[in-house]
Each structure stands twice: as C-alpha cells, then as structure tokens.
Design a protein around this ligand. Structure first.
Ligand SMILES: N[C@@H](CCC(=O)N[C@@H](CS)C(=O)NCC(=O)O)C(=O)O
Ligand SMILES: [Fe+2]
Length: 346
C-alpha cells in the first residue's frame, strides 16, 4: 500500500493519500483547498489514478479541495450521508465499503463532533482515519454543527475503540505536532475518553472547553456544504495559463521543453550555466538563450525584462529550478524551470 500523511500549517489539518500499489488506484482523505496543486502533483508523480476524495465531515476551519480535484482529474466526491453536503457524487452510509484497487475502506458513522462525521477503516483494521471524532489524546469539539458530546462518547467507544488495540489511528488535526496513535494507546491514555472515563466525565470536559470559534468558520462551512466549489471572486489555486506549466511536488513550476522550443520568440530563455562550464561543454549554447550564470543571478535580476515569461535552463534541471525560485521571489510572475536542456529540442 502507498500511504502519505500531508499537512496544512494554517489549519493544522492532515490530508491522507492511500493507494493500492498494484492498480495505482488512490483516494485522498480531507484535502485542503489551498494545497490543491501540491496534492495533484503527488498524485501525478506517483502515477496514481485518483478515484475519490473522501471528507470525514463538513470542516469548520478550512475548505475542502474535493471539488478542485474532481475538476482536475475526475475524482468522485464522497461524503457521509448525514453531512448535509450538496453536489457530492457519493453519499456514504454506515457499513458501506469503498474499494480502491485491492484496498477496502469501511465507512463507520461517528457523529458527535458534527452530525455527519464518518471514520474510514482499512478493511484489515490496521488503520483508521477518524477525522475529528477522535484526536490524539483528545476529541473534536462538540459546541457547533449539531455537535453532541454524549453522542461523540458513544461513537468513539463503539466504533473506534472496538477496533483491535494495534490499529493505527490518524486524526483530522493535531495542534502540537503529533501524527498518529493507536486504539490501545488512546484507551490507556486519552484523558477525556480513555478506559474508565464515564460519559458524564466526557460531557463535563467538553462543555467547559471554552474555545473560540474557528477563524474561518463563516466562509468554510458554506463552502464545504458545496464540496469546496469556489464562488465568483475566490482565489483559486491553479497553474498559470501562459503555457503548459505544472507545479511539482517539490514546489517548482515545470514546463514542457517542446513547447518552449515552439514559442522561443515569446519567452526569455535563460541558460544558468557558469561561464567556464560553457567553454568546456560539448552541449554548446542554447540558440536564442541569454546566459546568466546562477552564481550571478541575484545581482543581475535588474537586467531581465518582465514583459515576457521567463524559462530557466541547465543540463540537469536542478540549478535552473533554483534560478526560477529566485525569479519568483523577486516578483517575476511568469516563470518556469527547470527546463531540461536537451539539444534534440533545438
Ligand atoms: N484556532 C483554530 C480552532 C480550530 C478548531 O476549533 N478545531 C476543531 C476541529 S474542526 C476542534 O475540534 N478543535 C479541538 C481543539 O482545539 O482542542 C482555528 O481558528 O481554526
Ligand atoms: Fe472539524
């Protein structure tokens, strides 16, 4: 199985990628709108077919990237049946099984943080994705979105703590850098919900959390009820449209060299190799390019025009990626690199 845990530092949200090694079929659990291009890059670089985005619940603190992903790769949007979400492709009921290549994910209704919360359990019960029903040594708050502490207590006890003790639990958030836990660990050490705690202990604890509402609640909840579909005027994370530019998981804008060759009159192509390297290189100069060695790049930025897209090139694509980042930081808004310099394109 392929498994990745991704993080959003604004809302402390975890996104999970799960994929079957053989078929390359995949799902993303709890994607974040602003990380759409990062998650898309990972799916593409790992050569996966994204079947579904799954949300554990209607988030109050960030907007889901489900709709953006469905537009980009045709993934189906899946949410819990009681979520109240409009426009999803699949409404999951307690006991439903999702097949992802050879992997199975069982849906368990775990209401209490919100009325529509679900937990996704891997069919061999080795891992579960609890959303905000169970957090590490904690639990999701229950003071809005039809939250109900007594119901959450029962959901966790009956649907999560009934899993085998070694089952790894992956939460929707953690606010202090912890990444995973297990059923056994939480039963032993969760101060609100662990073994020996009674329902009234838990409800008393939850009624007195005294947390301010999430900062983004007023925009996040309505957007999530529409699967994260942007409204007119929203800033949408998307690749620039001046050429076939894609964002890599490394965070670099990459462009197709063939396109650059065809459009060499319209872009400024910069060869970032050092001068002594050019003298001994058997690759020769790239026709139509301007040479600005990476070692001089920062000092010579003022020479570069901003009226055209800039594409940086070098033989291995590493230094040109750094040059592209320098340009972006300096306010050049149409930049791509690395362009792997292959003579057969010229
Ligand atoms: N300060 C955060 C609050 C986030 C928050 O309330 N998170 C919910 C999950 S959506 C929660 O249950 N938090 C539990 C806690 O903070 O203990 C924000 O403004 O976004
Ligand atoms: Fe939440």
């Amino acid at each position: 199985m392929i498994f990745r845990q991704l993080f959003d530092s604004q809302s402390w949200t975890y996104t999970y990628l799960l994929a079957d090694n053989q078929t390359r079929q995949a799902v993303l659990i709890d994607t974040v709108f602003e990380h759409h291009l990062r998650d898309l890059a990972l799916v593409r670089e790992l050569n996966l077919e994204l079947l579904h985005t799954l949300d554990t619940h209607v988030h109050a603190d960030h907007v889901t990237g489900a709709w953006l992903m469905s537009q980009a790769v045709g993934s189906k949007i899946a949410v819990g049946q009681a979520s109240g979400v409009e426009g999803a492709d699949l409404y999951l009921a307690h006991g439903d099984m999702l097949n992802v290549g050879g992997l199975g994910l069982e849906v368990r209704a775990t209401p209490g943080h919100t009325a529509g919360c679900v937990t996704y359990v891997l069919s061999d019960q080795s891992m579960a994705f609890t959303g905000d029903a169970l957090l590490i040594r904690g639990a999701g708050r229950t003071d809005f979105q039809q939250g109900d502490a007594a119901q959450l207590f029962r959901s966790v006890r009956e649907q999560i703590f009934s899993l085998p003790e070694p089952c790894l639990l992956y939460p929707g958030h953690d606010y202090s850098g912890r990444t995973a836990t297990t059923v056994g660990e939480e039963r032993a050490h969760n101060p609100r919900l662990g073994d020996g705690k009674r329902e009234q202990d838990f409800t008393g604890y939850m009624q007195n959390l005294g947390l301010p509402h999430p900062k983004r609640m007023d925009d996040a909840v309505p957007a999530n009820l529409q699967c994260g579909r942007p409204k007119a005027g929203d800033t949408v994370p998307q690749a620039p449209d001046w050429g076939p530019v894609i964002r890599t998981f490394a965070g670099v804008w990459e462009i197709d060299p063939g396109w650059v060759h065809e459009h060499r009159e319209d872009v400024l192509l910069i060869d970032v190799r050092e001068e002594q390297e050019l003298r001994v290189s058997d690759l020769g100069l790239i026709p139509g390019s301007r040479v600005v060695p990476l070692s001089q790049f920062r000092e010579r930025l003022a020479e570069l025009p901003k009226d055209r897209p800039v594409v940086t090139a070098c033989p291995a694509g590493a230094r040109s990626a750094q040059a592209a980042l320098i340009l972006e930081t300096a306010g050049f808004d149409r930049v791509a690199g690395p362009l792997l310099f292959r003579l057969n394109h010229w």
